[in-house]
Ligand binder design. Sequence first.
Ligand code: FAD
Ligand code: EPU
Length: 338
Amino acid sequence: MQMRFEEHKSLKAYNTFGLEAFAKYFIEINNVKDLELVFKDPIYLSHQKLILGGGSNILFTKDFDGLAIKNNIKGIEITNANECIVKAGAGENWHEFVMFCIDKGLGGIENLSLIPGCVGASPMQNIGAYGVEIKDVFYELNAFNLTTGAIKTFSKEECEFGYRESVFKRKYKDRYLIVDVSFKLSEDHKLSTHYGAINDELKKMAIEKPNIKDVSNAVIAIRQSKLPDPKEIGNAGSFFKNPEVSAEKYKSLKKDFDALVAYPLENGNYKLAAGWLIEQSGLKGFEMNGAAVHNKQALVLVNKNNTTGQNIYQLSDYVLSKVFDKFGVQLEREVNII
Ligand code: FAD
Ligand code: EPU
């Protein structure tokens, strides 16, 4: 059987910024067999590759002059019921996977409800929200080596997870296609409700003894109140990371800006709320050439008026320089730039 490559494929429907960009070649794979067939094709062998999940953490600033591979590998399986280990195909929708686990009474990822995208991308930047990161429940993953075609199993240690970081964004960038990911969940899970507004939201919902479904509902309500829905306005969630600064830098900023939002870290440094820094730089809601800083969450850049990826990138440059000028803090982009 031969795989059919599409040529000059519009990726507009494949990125949540809703940006127009074309891939020279495009193919959708549904299983490892598809991948093995694609792997032998001259088009595969002679082009650079871009793996696509839900496209919710990508900014296209230009066309992609290679082969875009849309990962559509499905399947969810409880591989070890005693240990509560659940394996999901990389092409499974993340939120639907979270809902599957909650329905089975398995706790651990309820705080990560409603994060867009696919399971396969979740280890890429160690997705996190409301005090939980996937590294907390990660068991292992299988990945296809794009050069050799061999499948390798990665343990948690080998993934080198950090804040919005993993080995796949660094030393193994563009080297692997993640095929499936396994998580170690729990039937007897200790809820994590300390972060942010979760407890307030549970109170609003009049819930005194929450279960995993209640926490998930609270997280969904909070997210819906401030994060823009990509179906309504193009975006990729937080465009920048929250920066880490030394205790010395934190103290000097705190002297000048009493309302500074910061969290102490175990290593003695502080993490600053980049959304606060951007808002205080006067940029919340700021618009430039159809690209804008979201008016409810300044860490999110949006495609407000059918703009281009270059315009969004330019706006991100502007935000970087304004924040640096005011606070002397260098923000770093979180979104993957093509
Ligand atoms: P894509 O955007 O398709 O890909 C992201 C990167 O991973 C690319 O470099 C791509 O090449 C690579 N990749 C994708 N799949 C694979 C694979 N199978 N194998 C190898 N490489 C792969 N993130 C958070 O961490 N926390 C949040 O709270 C959060 N909130 C968000 C809210 C909104 C409204 C939006 C739009 C985004 C948010 N994000 C958040 C960012 C995003 O949802 C996550 O980064 C998500 O994991 C991206 O998944 P994806 O399938 O869309 O990845
Ligand atoms: N804030 C402002 N103004 C803003 C935005 C935020 O002052 O416009 C301040 C608020 O004081 C708030 C604090 O910043 O208390 C933190 O804001 P929020 O709780 O909204 O979280 P965040 O730090 O802006 C991070 C993640 C999100 C994740 C939330 C919830 C990063 C880069 N972003 O945002 O992840 O959903 O926490 O845990 O770490 C993503 O990665 O795409 C993403 C959305």
